[in-house]
Each structure stands twice: as structure tokens, then as C-alpha cells.
Ligand binder design. Structure first.
Ligand SMILES: Cc1ncc(COP(=O)(O)O)c(C=O)c1O
Length: 332
């Protein structure tokens, strides 16, 4: 990392591992980049660090001020860990639907939390985004990092995640798959990888009903935006400024229920609990493997932004078993 603002935390340089189980199942070489090895246990430490560094360098906040963010948890946690280490206060506006595990972590990291209702979208007065913005505007010495519209979000992945992936795969990667929330990961990694080799396929994943697949195809938002079954961290009903469609080849839409099934299926076969958006990436493999048409010598990288320990109650509770119909097709 570019350590201009020094922090006693080691962010990035997360490992990539080959997954033999998935490679065998999908008959190609499948690798996973495990971002839970970051200090805040997610990929969002990367943009958090870049956004904080940028604000301090540009004197947008003074010592002892308050960093403010609207977050489903992971970006908030990254900001809390980094900003608290640097002596700042942290206020995070969190959606009511956020898992209790993430809220507990935010409180442990010293963030002050406000629960908000995002059910009417992020432009609504009660939403995390709106309330964070208005809080920062009224509070003295407060800075809204605003991950949805901060260029440092894409830059963090362009400068760190992309180059790491290229080096760790010796430039042999053929496909990159990740979930899309703010768009920072796919835009930054995608841009970097396409600059190295145009043929690399950059594929995104979002919940069915989210609008970015439509935007990628038509370069405009759909006329009617319907509520959809959100998967934590991914899926949007507006086009974030940090979403750059340019390097993206395709976006696949998946069902929330299939993602839950896939998390449990993956756990049963590998003993690894993946996060919710990681399970959505697995669901895209399962639902679209015919269309994806992998060759046996492809090198497919799945981006896992966080870990299943954040979703014990939502994905791995005793009573949430794999549904019979899906269990049949998954094992088939
Ligand atoms: C768990 C998880 N997965 C995926 C994403 C989406 O990443 P990005 O915002 O870079 O599109 C996020 C974003 O917060 C996340 O927390």
C-alpha cells in the first residue's frame, strides 16, 4: 500500500488459493482471493484506507474530527479501525437489515452507530446515505467518505487489488468474478486487469432485480425500479458513481435463496463458511455454468470480500438447511 498516512495496520496482500473442490465440480481451474485476511476481515479496508488518506491529505478534516459513512458494515468497520487508530471519531449509518454480527463488530471498533431504514432506497430521507450526508453537512469537522461517489474507492482496487491479482496469478488469470455493490471492486480491478490483457473476462454478480445489469446493456437506468431481495453488500436500485461499466463484460443476476443454498453447499463440501456476496458468486457459477463455457485450462478467480462468520445467523443457522430441490441439483 501507498503508506503516506502511516497506519499500524497491514491492509491488502491477501492470499489466493486454488479450490480443488470447485475446480473439479466446474471442470476448470478455480481460485479464490480471500479478503477476510484484511484487518477488518473484508476487502473494504482498502477503499476505507484510501478515502481516509485522501481526506487527511486534502485537509478536508482536522485532528480529532469525525469520519462519517453509510455502510452495510464492512466499509464502516474498515473506516472505524483505521480512523480510530489515527485518533478520529467515527459515525456509521447502518441499514436495519445489517447482520447483528457486523453491528457488534462496529461497536467493538469504537464506532457510534445509527440504524436507518433503506427500504425506500438510498435517496429517501430516512436512508443511510441521506442521513450520513446531512449529518456530515451539519456537524463541525466531520467528513463523509461517501463510498458510492468517492473516486478513491475505484482507485484503491486499481492500485492494490488488481496488481496483486495479476502478480499472484503470474498473469495467467482468464476470468474475474465478483459481486457488485458500490462498483469499486469490479471497476478498479477490471480496469487494471484489462490494461494488462484485454481478453480477461470481467464478470459481475448482483441479486435479481438490481439495476446494474440493465445499465451495463443500455447505459441508462430502467424506467421502473422495483424492490428486490437484497443480498448483503451487493445489489443497487441506482447507479453509483463508483460503478464504471467500461471494463465489465457481463453481469449475472442470482436469487437470494440460491445464494443461501450455495453457502451451505460450499460449507458442507469444503468446511469453509463464505460470506453472503461470495455465495452469490458461487450461485452465478451454478446457474450460468453452461453460458460461462469454461475451458479446462482457464484460470477463474472468484473474489470473496469477507467471511461467513459475519453471517452465522443469516446463512448458517441450524434451521436454515439446504432446500431439497436445490440440494438435489447441487449434488447432481
Ligand atoms: C460483503 C460485500 N460484498 C461485496 C461488496 C461489493 O463491493 P463493491 O462495493 O466494491 O462493489 C461489498 C461492499 O460493501 C460487501 O460488503
Amino acid at each position: 500500500m501507498n503508506n503516506i498516512v502511516p497506519i499500524p495496520l497491514s491492509i491488502g496482500n491477501t492470499p489466493i488459493r486454488k479450490c480443488d473442490f470447485l475446480s473439479e465440480y466446474f471442470k476448470t481451474n478455480i481460485f479464490v482471493k480471500d479478503e477476510f485476511h484484511n484487518p477488518g476481515m473484508s476487502s473494504k479496508d482498502r477503499p476505507a484506507y484510501f478515502m481516509i488518506q485522501d481526506a487527511i491529505q486534502r485537509n478536508r478534516i482536522q485532528a480529532g474530527g469525525t469520519f462519517v459513512e453509510a455502510s452495510s458494515g464492512n466499509t464502516g468497520l474498515g473506516i472505524a479501525l483505521i480512523a480510530r487508530q489515527l485518533g478520529y471519531k467515527v459515525k456509521i449509518f447502518v441499514s436495519k437489515s445489517c447482520s447483528q454480527e457486523k453491528i457488534d463488530k462496529l461497536e467493538e471498533a469504537g464506532a457510534s452507530i445509527e440504524l436507518c431504514d433503506n427500504s425506500n432506497g438510498l435517496q429517501d430521507f430516512q436512508s443511510t446515505q441521506f442521513r450520513a450526508q446531512s449529518f456530515a453537512a451539519k456537524e463541525q469537522n466531520a467528513y463523509f467518505t461517501n463510498q458510492y461517489y468517492n473516486t478513491q474507492n475505484i482507485r484503491a482496487h486499481y492500485r492494490t487489488t488488481g496488481p496483486e491479482i495479476w502478480e499472484q496469478t503470474d498473469g495467467q488469470i482468464t476470468h474475474f468474478l465478483c459481486g457488485i455493490g458500490t462498483g469499486g471492486t469490479i471497476s478498479g480491478v477490471g480496469r487494471f486487469l484489462k490494461e494488462q490483457a484485454k481478453a480477461i473476462r470481467i464478470w459481475g454478480v448482483e441479486p435479481r432485480g438490481s439495476i446494474l445489469q440493465h445499465y451495463l446493456k443500455h447505459r441508462t437506468a430502467p424506467n421502473a425500479v422495483r424492490p428486490f431481495d437484497a443480498i448483503e453488500g451487493i445489489g443497487r436500485n441506482f447507479v453509483p458513481g463508483s460503478f464504471d461499466p467500461q471494463p465489465i463484460d457481463q453481469i449475472f443476476q442470482v436469487e437470494k435463496d440460491v445464494s443461501i443454498d450455495m453457502a451451505q453447499w460450499y460449507y458442507q463440501h469444503t468446511d469453509i463458511r463464505c460470506g453472503f456476496s461470495s455465495a452469490a458468486v458461487l450461485a452465478s457459477l451454478k446457474c450460468y455454468s453452461a453460458a460461462m463455457r469454461f475451458h479446462s485450462d482457464d484460470n477463474v478467480l472468484l473474489f470473496f470480500p469477507d467471511h461467513g462468520s459475519r453471517y452465522l445467523s443469516k446463512l448458517y443457522a441450524e434451521n436454515s438447511k439446504v432446500s431439497t430441490s436445490n440440494a438435489h441439483s447441487l449434488n447432481g
